[in-house]
Design a protein around this ligand. Structure first.
Ligand code: SPV
Ligand code: MG
Length: 431
């Protein structure tokens, strides 16, 4: 009897999947692969069921010879192991990244003469509704909030992109790259105080009030599903911070990062060029403790950000603070630096990891941007935040468009550099 393989990357079995199984059964004994959580995250959306639950869901289907785990989105391993006569796949090759998967399947099968059978993709109103419901579920506060902690256990490093509006949220949500070897996308979003302020033409000095910042979060949440890390600046007065924690938690934000500064906070990228005061360990620890006491769910994270390297107070001070803030209840430590080279960040992470293997470490490699995610992960970093690159990409492009219009007294010359609006609105989902 011929053997047939198909892979399911889904939380729910609908008529489209049943149709694939039905067609596959006509060809021979059917093995169904279940894609692992970590691969689902890169290629598709975050699974709302665990790998084990998804295996059980597929095992419950009639007429399946076996269920196996597929641990990479590319088919090389699984095809090498199973050598199926046929691979059956839906014809949704126009979806992001899918053409790369098709090329991969075809090249794997070519090695021994296996065949790809494409089944017309079923996308009727019922399936469309199921698809939307799954997405909506991911956006709900209870589901979204806990996803950062899950990600920390699933991926080598949580890749986080700065967003400050619905549109930038859509870019973080939907950008997928497929480079032949793998498919990848961002895991989480960062609501930066710098970019949230800059977008309003205001300085990054805790001037934009919390109500406005919560509004930014809401704009992002309206159109996205990925977890959110909020830049809480200094956290303000402890008496105020506890209310902020409650608001963020209720909205479905996964984490707040607060920095150990007090008084008039200025952006860290200024370092000691401007006057900034670091809070003392006792005071800041009390703020962390109060925040942890105020939160109601187990999922929400309060991450302490240490400014000792920014303010040139030395490595020992940074490490002392890291352990003190962890002991005060911080769920993670962010260490910041504005050096061009990553040496001091690496030294901090290595020394911290010598006595603490578990507390998540967060870095923002704006200045030390030559270090790769893989290298950061090797030094124990769990979350990397790309904190301002979208805004820095947008501003020069907007400025140059404005200059060209002024120069030529019409918009024709600039038009070839602009994205057609039709293309921009393809990112926007309609109900
Ligand atoms: C931000 O993005 O607002 C940050 C990171 O706090 S940094 O600008 O590097 O201080
Ligand atoms: Mg900030």
């Amino acid at each position: 009897m011929s053997t047939v393989y198909t892979c399911f990357c889904t939380d729910i079995i609908h008529e489209g999947h049943q149709n694939i199984i039905h067609e596959a059964q006509k060809l021979g004994a059917v093995t169904v692969g279940v894609l692992t959580d970590s691969e689902m995250i890169r290629y598709n959306r975050f699974p709302t069921k665990s790998t084990e639950e998804r295996i059980k869901m597929v095992e419950a289907l009639d007429g399946i010879a076996q269920v196996v785990i597929q641990d990479t989105i590319m088919y090389n391993h699984i095809v090498k192991n199973l050598r199926p006569d046929y691979i059956v796949h839906g014809s949704n090759w126009d979806d992001p990244g899918m053409n790369v998967i098709k090329d991969n399947i075809v090249s794997c099968l070519k090695e021994y003469g296996g065949k790809l059978i494409e089944i017309p993709y079923t996308y009727n109103p019922t399936i469309q509704k199921i698809d939307k419901q799954m997405n909506e579920k991911l956006a709900m506060p209870e589901f979204r909030r806990k996803r950062l902690r899950k990600l920390l256990n699933l991926v080598p490093i949580v890749k986080t992109l700065e967003v400050h509006s619905g549109l930038t949220g859509l870019i973080a949500e939907k950008t997928i790259v497929a480079d032949g070897e793998a498919i990848d996308q961002f895991d989480a979003m960062w609501i930066s105080s710098l970019c949230d302020s800059t977008d309003r033409g205001k300085p990054d000095i805790e001037l934009v009030d919390m109500t406005s910042r919560l509004r930014t979060i809401n704009d992002v949440m309206e159109v996205t599903t990925k977890p959110i890390i909020f830049d809480g600046d200094t956290g303000g007065l402890t008496e105020h911070f506890v209310y902020t924690v409650r608001s963020l938690e209720r909205m479905g934000v996964s984490a707040v990062i607060i920095e150990d500064k007090k008084g008039l906070k200025k952006n860290s990228l200024f370092g000691i060029e401007v006057e900034q005061t670091q809070d003392d360990i006792e005071n800041f620890s009390l703020k962390i403790k109060a925040g942890k006491q105020a939160q109601l769910s187990d999922d929400f994270m309060i991450i302490a950000r240490i400014e000792s390297l920014i303010l040139e107070r030395g490595m020992d001070d940074a490490l002392t603070r890291a352990f003190a803030f962890r002991d005060a209840g911080a769920d993670g430590i962010m260490i910041h630096s504005r050096r061009k080279e990553p040496f001091e960040i690496i030294e901090f992470c290595d020394k911290f990891r010598q006595s603490d293997q578990y507390t998540p470490l967060v870095v923002v490699p704006t200045s030390f941007n030559s270090i790769t995610e893989k290298e950061l992960a090797e030094h124990g970093v769990n979350i990397v935040i790309y904190a301002n690159q979208l805004m820095r990409a947008a501003v020069p492009a907007m400025k140059s468009a404005a200059e060209e219009i002024l120069k030529y007294h019409r918009a024709k010359e600039v038009d070839s550099k602009l994205m057609p609006f039709k293309e921009i609105i393809t990112m926007i989902d309609e109900l």
